[in-house]
Design a protein around this ligand. Structure first.
Ligand SMILES: O=C(O)CCC(=O)C(=O)O
Length: 279
């Protein structure tokens, strides 16, 4: 398999300047396991991505075969579980180009301290208005150990203003330095992870709410515990999540790393059309 470099298909983000993080921000990312990235998208870009997301959800049955995953618990209990899917960038040009946004990729690479950046996958989280669904406390790395080593980070991009009422994302500062907990069930209760933390870490488990305006972004380390509450507001709460990894990340499994992707033998660098090189 050969390297595939990401090539934008639209001019949506072509004029965006490349942005770097400050040395102080790199240090904060190392200490806290997350960083606020500030405003990334214009109001027009937010509107367009909302429309694309709505289109995707309306045509989910037809598109599902080209996505990597649609949350199975949501299929069974949509009135209780948050809609969560992987692979929107494979089916929509705006999502496709967003993953290589010049205002993001250099900052992610610098925060990780790696040389070269690759897309792992993207995700969409949709909490409809007045919806009880939560995102249980979890660390992304609990789900990603079919790749190695852990040099992965996630951008959380708000398509709506987010606060306590509609279930803004929350981080547990410093938790990326704790042992990785087991994966939890996204269709289950919010606090499944707590019994797996040591007494010391349970005492230090103090989530911080991250209110955002639509178009603003957060960055977190793959080990950082995060989660979010229900949407008690009369509006949908929509987010796009972009998952990145160091360019030299290797496969740790001989099964396909994502549904629809060609298997990469354990030990080989993860590359090819499903895992494009961004930097
Ligand atoms: O939408 C949410 O609250 C969850 C997002 C999430 O799990 C992530 O950004 O990795």
């Amino acid at each position: 398999m050969s390297e595939v470099h990401h090539q934008p298909r639209t001019s949506l983000f072509a004029q965006e300047p490349a942005r770097s993080i400050e040395p102080g921000e790199r240090m904060r990312f190392g200490q806290d396991g997350f960083l606020r990235l500030g405003r990334l998208l214009t109001d027009e870009q937010v509107k367009l991505l909302r429309a694309r997301l709505e289109h995707l959800v309306e045509h989910l049955d037809a598109l599902e075969g080209d996505l990597h995953e649609v949350e199975a618990a949501w299929r069974e209990r949509p009135s209780e579980v948050v809609l969560h899917l992987l692979g929107a960038w494979r089916v929509d040009d705006a999502f496709h180009d967003l993953v290589a946004h010049p205002g993001l990729v250099h900052r992610v690479e610098e925060a990780l301290g790696c040389e070269g950046l690759r897309l792992w996958h993207d995700q969409v989280f949709l909490k409809p208005a007045h919806h009880p669904g939560v995102v249980p406390w979890h660390a992304d790395w609990s789900y990603w150990q079919r790749t190695t080593p852990c040099c992965h980070a996630t951008v959380f991009l708000a398509l709506d203003d987010m606060d306590e009422e509609n279930g803004a994302l929350q981080y547990v500062p410093g938790s990326h330095r704790w042992p990785t907990p087991p994966a939890v069930d996204f269709g289950g209760p919010v606090d499944q992870v707590l019994p797996h933390l040591s007494p010391e870490h349970r005492a230090a488990f103090r989530p911080q709410l991250q209110p955002l305006r639509a178009g603003e972004a957060l960055l977190h380390h793959a080990g950082t515990l995060h989660g979010s509450g229900p949407n008690r507001s009369p509006h949908p709460r929509r987010a796009i999540v972009l998952n990145y990894m160091a360019a030299d990340t290797r496969s740790a499994s001989s099964d396909p790393l994502l549904r629809g992707a060609v298997p990469i033998p354990a030990g080989e660098v993860v590359l090819g059309e499903h895992f494009p090189r961004l930097l």
